[in-house]
Design a protein around this ligand. Structure first.
Ligand SMILES: [Zn+2]
Length: 93
């Protein structure tokens, strides 16, 4: 069972059984800290920011630096803190 007892608390009964969980909800709280988050900009946002910013970019898990990456990249090295980490592709919605 997944019980949402308030807007901030989720109770998961995962010890006794395997429970399907709404992943969109969990991503907010249990984001793996060791991988690049992939962020896709809405076209509206691109217009606001300008052409310099890429449509899709990744956020460094260590220093939150934003960096563009090739479409087939599996991992990425941060140009600011030099840390290499995997891209969190499966978190793309
Ligand atoms: Zn970094």
């Amino acid at each position: 069972m997944v019980r949402i007892s308030s807007s901030h608390i989720v109770v998961l009964d995962v010890n006794r059984r395997n429970v399907p969980v709404d992943r969109r909800f969990l991503e907010i709280r249990y984001h793996p800290p060791d991988r690049w988050s992939i962020v896709r900009c809405e076209p509206r946002e691109i217009q606001r920011v300008g052409r310099i910013f890429p449509l899709t970019y990744a956020v460094c898990p260590t220093c939150r630096h934003r960096e563009a990456f090739p479409a087939d990249a599996k991992e990425l090295t941060c140009e600011r803190c030099k840390k290499t980490a995997l891209l969190a592709w499966e978190e793309m919605s």
